[in-house]
Ligand binder design. Structure first.
Ligand code: GTP
Ligand code: MG
Length: 317
């Protein structure tokens, strides 16, 4: 029998989703929110900002923070991304450390070297949950999970260890139960229907960048930034003009494609994504320009919004 509403605990707080690149952090955020809010691609270092998503789980309000994958930075942008993730981990009530099963599992599994490094860097006193994502890749090798869990348990203590498949929505509800149970008892910090703190124009630029990453491969995604030049909400249609910034003429040609076909595809897919977020018709116009050196320019990064809270811009990790 459930206790009466006034006796039920009311928990709320933040949970930072942290881990190396490409382990499925943004997929986890989206699955938990039941909304394709964050961008997801097979290319590592897709997420460049913290993305907040607030959800209700039972009597708890969970503010999930998706973060950029921790990696060896090769640019000022990379250093800022790492700082953003570390700041989020430090400030959150709960640390959700995500690792993932690699593709083509055949023999024993062990924590990746980068996992070990990251775990050494986070506060050993923090409340941490270990999430082992992509368990769908285990197939018939599920018995490999237990030894992997044992090895992770030797690295630090975890309040809970939850194997999941964020892609298949397997185990995510259990994970939310664990997060909720670790949050402090206090009233909700956000209004009931609050989803995120970023404006639609931020997600518009993200959805264009997502389609550029999906349509191009290799190095190009790391050299691309998207800025919104116009965002006008008309009576029936929202008009958005966006500029895709890349580093070289060769990249510009690839993004535009033969006869502009690739850019057209990018525009159509991004527009559909924005329309489903805002629930109204969108007219999206795209331009591609060459803007060399922006990942190293503090001024460019500031104006693109890639700002680290602690300002730890120069720190090399
Ligand atoms: N098989 C499988 N693939 C997954 C799962 N979760 C995520 N992926 C895939 O892994 C890739 C990376 O997912 P993301 O959610 O972008 O990973 P991320 O950790 O946010 O990556 P960064 O933002 O680059 O740090 C995508 O191709 C996802 O579809 C899962 O549970 N199973
Ligand atoms: Mg991500």
């Amino acid at each position: 029998m459930k206790p009466p509403a006034e006796q039920r605990s009311n928990r709320s707080g933040t949970a930072a989703i942290v881990g190396r690149a490409n382990v499925g952090k943004s997929t986890l955020l989206n699955t938990a929110l039941r909304e394709r809010l964050a961008i997801v691609t097979p290319t590592p270092q897709t997420t460049r900002d913290r993305i907040l998503g607030v959800l209700r789980h039972g009597d708890a309000q969970i503010a999930l923070l998706d973060t950029p994958g921790l990696h060896r930075p090769r640019s000022r942008l990379g250093r800022r991304m790492n700082t953003m993730a570390r700041d989020a981990a430090r400030e959150a009530d709960v640390l959700v450390f995500v690792t993932a099963i690699p593709k083509n599992v055949s023999s024993d599994l062990a924590p990746a070297g980068r996992d070990v490094e990251i775990l050494q860097q986070v506060d050993p006193e923090s409340r941490a949950i270990l999430v082992i994502n992509k368990i769908d890749l285990l197939g018939k090798n599920r018995s490999l999970l237990l030894p992997l869990i044992e090895q992770f348990s030797k690295l630090r203590s975890f309040s809970a260890i939850v194997p999941i498949s964020a892609l298949r929505d397997d185990g995510v509800n259990l994970l939310l139960d664990e997060i909720a149970s670790l949050l402090p008892e206090r009233g909700p910090a956000y209004e009931e229907d609050f989803l995120t703190d970023r404006p639609v124009r931020f997600f518009a630029s993200e959805y264009v960048r997502e389609q550029v990453i999906l349509a191009t491969k290799q190095e190009i995604p790391h050299h691309v930034a998207v800025t919104i030049e116009r965002f006008e909400e008309g009576v029936h249609v929202t008009h958005i003009d966006a500029t895709v910034r890349c580093a070289r003429e060769g990249q510009r040609k690839i993004i535009i494609g033969k006869g502009g076909e690739r850019l057209k595809g990018i525009g159509v897919a991004a527009r559909q994504r924005i329309e489903s977020l805002v629930g109204r018709q969108v007219h999206l116009s795209l331009w591609v320009t060459i803007d060399q050196g922006w990942p190293e320019s503090a001024h460019a990064l500031d104006s693109l919004g890639y700002v680290s809270v602690s300002g730890d811009d120069e720190a090399v990790s």
